[in-house]
Design a binder for this molecule. Structure first.
Ligand code: C5P
Length: 235
């Protein structure tokens, strides 16, 4: 194992938004650019990991192309992202950096929805999507380290720690959205990573630098979990 702790590990990263189709020309989306997830994938490849990057609709080139072992799978919807992440298992690490839609239209209209004269509005019936992280946490093929992201506008620690325990994650990286120089479209970000007995503020810094520091924490968790470290502790 290298000092970076990820050599030869299979790391699956999800990135970007999902688009939930309403009809053939409209969808529900969000403002995620995918930059954070792509930076994590690039940093993991550089550390010798075997990376599967599951990307929602983003306008970004494949990171680390030609530098190492990276496979990119492009998807559109939350359901497709769920299927692609599960198809990529088994993995040592899953980092859910994607902003997965929580709701999707119950039905996709086959033709373009037209406004009717005199109709005051339109009600869309939405249903919950399946939670990729929570489903992985309860799965027989659960990766050893599960990392989630929490974008919050307020009460960041409370909501992030809530997700950490509800989704049974090892780490959660929280960022405050709506602040200048951080969040979805920015090249920089500031994160607070929470875990059992852990609170670690990272940045503000370029996303590629934050990605490296987040992977340090992931590698540390993998090492803590390894049979060799268990033996060392019981000696
Ligand atoms: O609950 P919330 O959507 O805020 O949690 C965000 C985290 O959960 C992110 O890591 C995101 O990738 C993940 N998530 C997921 N599947 C969903 C919704 C969110 O894996 N359906």
């Amino acid at each position: 194992m290298s000092a970076d702790g990820l050599t030869g590990r299979h790391v699956v990263v999800s990135a970007g938004p999902t688009y939930e189709d309403i009809d053939p020309v409209r969808f529900l989306g969000n403002r995620s650019s995918g930059k954070m997830g792509f930076a994590i994938a690039a940093a993991a490849v550089r550390r010798g990991a075997r990376v599967t990057l599951v990307a929602g609709p983003v306008a970004l080139p494949t990171p680390g192309a030609g530098e190492g072992d990276l496979r990119r799978i492009d998807v559109r919807s939350a359901a497709q992202m769920h299927a692609a992440v599960f198809a990529a298992m088994p993995a040592d690490v899953y980092i859910g950096a994607a902003a997965v839609a929580d709701f999707t239209p119950q039905q996709v209209a086959t033709g373009k929805i037209k406004k009717q004269p005199g109709e005051p509005g339109l009600t869309l019936q939405l249903v919950r999507t399946r939670d990729i992280l929570a489903d992985l946490a309860g799965h027989g093929l659960r990766p050893r380290v599960l990392v989630g992201f929490a974008a919050e506008t307020h009460d960041m620690e409370r909501y992030a720690r809530g997700k950490l325990s509800d989704k049974r994650l090892d780490l959660i990286a929280a960022n405050r959205v709506g602040m200048a120089g951080s969040g979805f479209e920015s090249d920089d970000n500031a994160l607070v990573v929470y875990g059992a007995g852990l609170e670690c503020a990272l940045g503000p810094a370029p996303k590629i630098e934050l990605a490296g520091r987040l992977l340090d924490l992931v590698a540390q968790r993998l090492e803590d979990d390894s049979p060799a470290s268990g033996m060392a502790e019981t000696r």
